[in-house]
Every structure is written in C-alpha cells, then in structure tokens.
Design a protein around this ligand. Structure first.
Ligand code: RB5
Length: 144
C-alpha cells in the first residue's frame, strides 16, 4: 500500500495522482492536506513516520516545488526521498537509491508527466547491485 500527502500547493496534483492510481486498482492512503493552507513539514513528517514504521511500502509527497517536502523527508530516519521531474530520475531513484519516498512539484510538472513519473517510480525495482547496497548502507550510517 502506498501513502500520499501534500501541502496546499501540491493538493491539485495529489488529487490527480490519487485518481490515476485508484483507476489502476492501486490502494493509496491520503494523509492530507485537504487543500487548506498548511506547512509542508507537518505532512512530510506524518507520511515519513508511517513509511519508516512500515505502515506503507512507499510514499509520495507533493508541494509546490517538491523541494521543501524532499528536504523535510530526508531528515527523517529510514527515509530516502527523491525529488523527480523526469522518468529517468524516477527509475534510477528506485534502481540505485531504493528511494522509499517520491517527491513531486505540483507547480513544476504537468499532470500527465507526473502520472508517468509516478508509474515509473512504482513499477521499478531496486537493482540489488552490490555497490548500491553498500552505498545505501553508507547513507544509513550518515543518519547516525
Ligand atoms: C508553498 O507556497 C510552497 O513554498 C511549498 O509548497 C513548497 O514549494 C516549498 O518547498
């Protein structure tokens, strides 16, 4: 199961993604917001805590640029968040970085590109390459 959250600037794209994934039969939990003005770190924390606790396999965060959400998410232990504006980055974020959170900029990417980025992110697996496993281990060390 996937979780998604946004601030007000990412709300419209969040709704588009929910509709897109639901139409594919993918279960997605909406952790807010409801479109009202909010502070993005609150929603980044909420989603990342749930992903890190194993409540959701992966998460998607949307704010205006995706930058605030990605900065906040990457401060959370156990989270590897990738801000992606293209499908190649989305694929690599999974294959090389085993990213468990995808960040998107609702004011940056159009809805059709965002849907392709999300589909790519959700369907690409981790490469399991030895060097990538080692580097992810090094990221975990940096958290300490
Ligand atoms: C909100 O206006 C905007 O600053 C926020 O959505 C995000 O882009 C921050 O990084």
């Amino acid at each position: 199961m996937i979780a998604i959250a946004s601030d007000h600037a990412g709300y419209a794209l969040k709704q588009t993604i929910i509709e897109h994934l639901t139409a594919q039969g993918i279960q997605i939990a909406d952790l807010g917001c409801g479109g009202e003005p909010v502070d993005y770190p609150v929603y980044a924390e909420k989603l990342c805590r749930a992903v890190a606790a194993g409540e959701y396999e992966r998460g998607i965060l949307v704010c205006g640029t995706g930058i605030g959400m990605s900065i906040a998410a990457n401060k959370m232990p156990g989270i590897r968040a990738a801000l992606c504006g293209d499908c190649f980055s989305a694929a690599m974020s999974r294959a090389h970085n085993d990213a468990n959170v995808l960040c998107l900029g609702g004011r940056v990417v159009g809805s059709e590109l965002a849907k392709m980025i999300v589909d790519t992110y959700l369907t690409t697996g981790f490469s399991n390459g030895e060097s990538h496993i080692r580097r992810i281990g090094m990221l975990k060390e940096l958290e300490k």
